[in-house]
Structure formats: C-alpha cells, structure tokens
Design a protein around this ligand. Structure first.
Ligand SMILES: Cc1ncc(COP(=O)(O)OP(=O)(O)O)c(N)n1
Ligand SMILES: Cc1nc(C(=O)O)sc1CCOP(=O)(O)O
Ligand SMILES: [Mg+2]
Length: 368
C-alpha cells in the first residue's frame, strides 16, 4: 500500500509520514488532487488568454477581466490542496493530444484555451461541492463569466479586424479559387467573401470549408455571400446580404451578436436603412458598371463621396474597381474597396493585392 503523507505547516512544507490513509481520507486526497490540478489548469489557460488581450488586442478591459478571474481562481488554491499534489504519480502529465502540439492560428489557440478553462471550471464546480459549500456556485459563476468573455472577445476581434481591413476580396467561380485566395492572403489581404451564385450546395460547403480554414490560418476574416445557413455550417465570421436577401435582424437572430452582417447599398436611403438596422459594414456601389453584376446601373463616384461624408460604419466601394482606377475611387473618399475580377483573374494575386493595399494605405480610415 502506498505510504500516505500530509502537509504540515509547522514543518515548513516537509512531508511528514503518517499512518496510511483511511478509505475516507484516500477519497479526500483524490478530490484534493483533482481540485489542485484543475485550479492550475484554469489559471494557466486564463493567463494564455490574458496575454493575447494585453499584447495582441491592447485591451485593458479584457485583460482586467482575465486577471480578476485568475485571482478569484487563485483564492481557492489553498495550501492543503497544493499539498495533495503528486506529480510523479500523475499519469496525466505525460499525455498530450497531437492537436496541442500544433495551433493553426491565434484564433484556434484562444479557442483551445477557452475550452480548457471551461472544462477545468466545470470540474472545479462539481468536485468543489465536496470541498466547500460555496465552491460549486463560485465556479459556476466563473464559468458563465468565461463564456461571456469568450463571446465578447471573439466578437471584438472580428470587429477590430473588419475596421482594419482595407481590401475585400469577393470571390467568383474559378478553377484556381483556393490558390488565388491564398496568393492574395500572402499579399496582406484580411477579408474574403465566398460568392458563388450557381454552384450546388455540396460544392459550396466543400469550398467554403476550405476557404474558412485557409483564411483563419492567415488571420483573415471569412464571410459568406447571401446564405446564413452556409455561414453557420462552416463557422464563417459573418454573412453579406443584398437588398433582396433576408432582413439584417433575422440574420442577426440566427447568427448571434458576435458575427458580422454586411449589406449592399446603392443610394443614401439604403445606406441609412442598413445603418439603422444594425449592419456591421456596407458595400457602396456599383461605382462603375461591371460584368460581374451585369445590368446594375452605376451609382458612381458621387455615391462614394456621399458615403465618405455620411457613413458611421466601415464601407467598401465596389464595382468595376481595378489597379488603374483605384486612385480615382480613393480621391472620391474611399478608404476601403471590394474587388472581384481584378483579383480572381489576376496572374499574380499577391502583387496585385500588395499594390492595391499600398494605394489604400495612403489614406487613413477612422479607427475602431
Ligand atoms: C461587399 C459587397 N458589396 C456588395 C455585394 C453585392 O451583394 P448583392 O447585392 O446581394 O448581390 P450578390 O453579390 O448576391 O449578387 C457583395 N456581394 N459584397
Ligand atoms: C458583387 C457585386 N456587388 C456590387 C454592388 O454594387 O452591390 S458590384 C459587384 C461586382 C464587383 O465585381 P468586379 O470587382 O469584378 O467589378
Ligand atoms: Mg446577395
């Protein structure tokens, strides 16, 4: 039988060997070890999230909430729980999941650590009930706070990146769709919309899933054109809706508050309505007539200038924009543009992306 020990404050942490534990004490030691391990796990996970809030997002509010949670977790980490630790005898310390060895993006790293913290808090909530009458409810509350933090943080990251994005690639069917999008991402693209008006849903699901993974691995946002169901199915960052698509409020209800909803607008009335209905961004166009949206009359540069003066949310000039005329669109007031053909049909999408971004970066948009 394993010799048991107990932590004695009076011996400065020296473990004093005593009689073997009674069955009841043995169970108590197991519970203590579970609590000790999960208190550590929760704090470590929170610290990893906190570092991103502090250095990546520069957000005092999120950093403070992580810190408060860490401190509250630490308050429960008593010396008797620490004393129950048995690292050499813990078979779990050598078990790592292959996914822990590789993270494809900061987003997946954050998601994995939120998951880790939530699991640890759930364990603390349940086993804590055996330790202290208030521990279960304290950790239940913390678990809900972590859910709220995760949802707010992910939403904040999306909005921040949306506001930072200057160039928006809207895709059209192409044999080289994935490689073209990747080339543009290599050039610094941070916002992609999957748009295929003719494919069947099997192909749409397949391509959208690949593109979402690709975009997220480059830290870019991924939006789905028209289809809220597809956006949810592939875990996209949001949806783009035209005037004939579903109401913004309905999309928001389905997607939740943290995903992005964009709306096409062609005139001032549509712009004001989109803003009032809670769109996160708008398309402003067509600036020029374009075969990609054949038959839609141009709204022109005058509407670009109107958007510059009147839009309180990010807006993307769209329609017939290319490397030759982008400076006219910028001169009319555009700080962000959305493009189909000039990127999808480009021989060197990386170079075209870099050029378009270099022109857009000459003007500064308002920040988030
Ligand atoms: C950024 C952006 N702006 C406008 C549109 C056009 O949307 P919509 O009017 O719904 O037309 P379709 O793209 O669905 O043909 C867009 N997709 N993206
Ligand atoms: C998809 C789309 N929406 C528009 C709008 O004005 O709402 S213009 C457009 C097509 C833009 O394609 P290209 O960059 O190839 O001209
Ligand atoms: Mg549409």
């Amino acid at each position: 039988m394993k010799e048991a020990g107990c932590y004695d404050e009076s011996t400065n942490g020296v473990v004093v060997m005593v009689e073997p534990y009674s069955p009841k004490e043995q169970i108590q030691q197991v519970v203590y070890r579970i609590l000790d391990a999960n208190l550590d796990r929760a704090r470590e996970g929170l610290r990893i999230i906190e570092e991103w809030c502090r250095f990546g997002l520069n957000s005092g509010q999120f950093t403070e909430e992580c810190k408060r949670l860490r401190q509250e977790v630490a308050m429960w980490h008593t010396s008797e729980l620490r004393a129950a630790r048995d690292t050499p005898g813990d078979t779990g310390t050598e078990l790592t999941h292959p996914q822990e060895e590789h993270r494809s993006s900061v987003k997946s790293l954050l998601q994995a650590n939120f998951c880790r913290v939530q699991e640890a808090l759930r364990v603390l909530e349940e086993y804590g009930k055996l330790y202290h009458p208030n521990m279960g409810s304290a950790f239940k509350q913390m678990r809900y706070r972590v859910y709220t933090l995760e949802s707010n943080l992910m939403g904040y990251q999306r909005h921040q990146l949306l506001w930072r994005s200057r160039l928006y690639l809207v895709t059209s069917p192409s044999e080289t769709l994935i490689t073209t999008v990747e080339s543009a991402l290599k050039g610094g693209l941070t916002l992609v919309q999957y748009r295929d008006k003719t494919a069947d849903d099997t192909l749409r699901l397949e391509q959208a899933t690949k593109l979402r993974q690709l975009c997220h691995s480059y830290g870019a946002l991924f939006i789905i054109n028209d289809r809220v169901d597809l956006a949810l199915a592939v875990d996209a960052d949001g949806v783009h809706l035209g005037q004939q698509d579903m109401p913004i409020a309905t999309a928001r209800q389905l997607l939740g508050p943290q995903r992005l909803v964009g709306r096409s607008t062609t005139n001032s009335a549509e712009m004001q309505a989109a803003i009032a209905e809670g769109a996160d961004y708008i398309g402003v166009g067509p600036v020029y007539e374009t075969p990609t949206k054949a038959g839609k009359p141009a709204a022109g540069l005058a509407y670009v200038s109107y958007a510059d003066q009147n839009s309180s949310i990010p807006w993307f000039a769209i329609g017939g924009i290319d490397a030759n005329n982008i400076n006219d669109v910028i001169d009319a007031g555009a700080k962000r543009v959305a493009i189909v053909r000039s990127l999808i049909q480009a021989e060197q999408p990386t170079l075209v992306t870099q050029y378009l971004l270099s022109q857009l970066n000459r003007v500064q948009p308002e920040s988030y």
